[in-house]
Design a protein around this ligand. Structure first.
Ligand code: IPE
Ligand code: IPE
Ligand code: MG
Length: 250
């Protein structure tokens, strides 16, 4: 594993890695267990990957933990996930602090139960002084919700006269998204063999490199992260230009 890690070019790390942590339920089923068992084991992968990214020096890591659509899952699973979230935050906040990691949350927090919201708020405040890696948890998040709330806020500003529609640029729009101030993800990883985006950072992923693996989230470890980063480093990112333009040596 260390030899794989050594082949990563630290000068060419993705500034922001975003992960759709998928496959907990199927992993549990394969073990003859219920879905929550999979979610509990997924926490170990979160720990491992956060550590892996922080060790490498990745600036931003966004983890899709719960989508707006996930509220429609069976009540028992939703409650179990909220409890797991609160437990994990409470347990991990000290480690985040020790490693200088700052926690952020994106999503519609007004839908979260108050006890979960309070726990999150506390962790956000405690880690707000940290200057190392930024760990962004996407909770009760969906990209369409995010964009609609941005449009609503912009519409109000226009209506009140504080914003001229002529001045609505990409950068103004981005300031109204939950990810304001974060660089766009350069690498997006989805586990468990699904090849879709599922309402995740649709705007911000415009030029991200996409990496899909069959590994289920509870089995995902640093080694899988290294593989994804190495794959990313082999790609030529053209941003609409030609290969010749990208490789032009002046
Ligand atoms: C991802 O695993 C975790 C959440 C969406 C909360 P899933 O729970 O979606 O697992 P699968 O996709 O059903 O296997
Ligand atoms: C996406 O996974 C959301 C999270 C990982 C939190 P889902 O399992 O909810 O997505 P679909 O339903 O397979 O698209
Ligand atoms: Mg899933």
């Amino acid at each position: 594993m260390d030899s794989l890690k050594a082949t990563i070019d630290l000068q060419k790390l993705p500034a922001h890695i975003a992960i759709i942590m998928d496959g907990n339920g199927r992993w549990a089923k394969e073990q003859g267990q219920d879905r929550l068992f999979g979610h509990y084991h997924g926490v170990e992968s979160v720990r491992n990957v956060v550590e892996g990214c922080a060790e490498l020096g990745v600036g931003y890591l966004t983890l899709y933990a719960f989508s707006t659509e996930n509220w429609d899952r069976p009540a028992e699973e939703v409650t179990g996930l909220m409890e797991l979230l609160v437990q994990t935050i409470r347990k991990e906040v000290e480690t985040l602090n020790k490693n200088n990691i700052r926690l952020h949350v994106i999503g519609n927090l007004s839908m979260m139960p108050p006890y979960a919201r309070n726990e999150l708020q506390e962790a956000l405040t405690i880690t707000s002084v940290n200057t190392g890696m930024n760990l962004v948890m996407a909770l009760s998040y969906s990209s369409r919700w995010e964009m609609i709330q941005a449009v609503k806020t912009i519409a109000i500003e226009v209506q009140e006269g504080s914003l001229d529609p002529e001045n609505i640029t990409a950068s103004v729009f981005e300031k109204h998204l939950c990810t304001s101030g974060f660089p766009d993800p350069e690498l997006m990883i989805r586990t468990s063999g699904e090849f879709r985006i599922s309402n995740f950072l649709l705007y911000q992923l415009a030029y991200a490199e996409l990496y899909f693996t069959h590994v289920r989230w509870p089995d995902f470890r640093k080694i899988n992260l290294y593989e994804a980063i190495l794959d990313f480093q082999k790609r030529e990112r053209r941003f609409g230009k030609t290969s010749e333009q990208i490789n032009l040596v002046i």
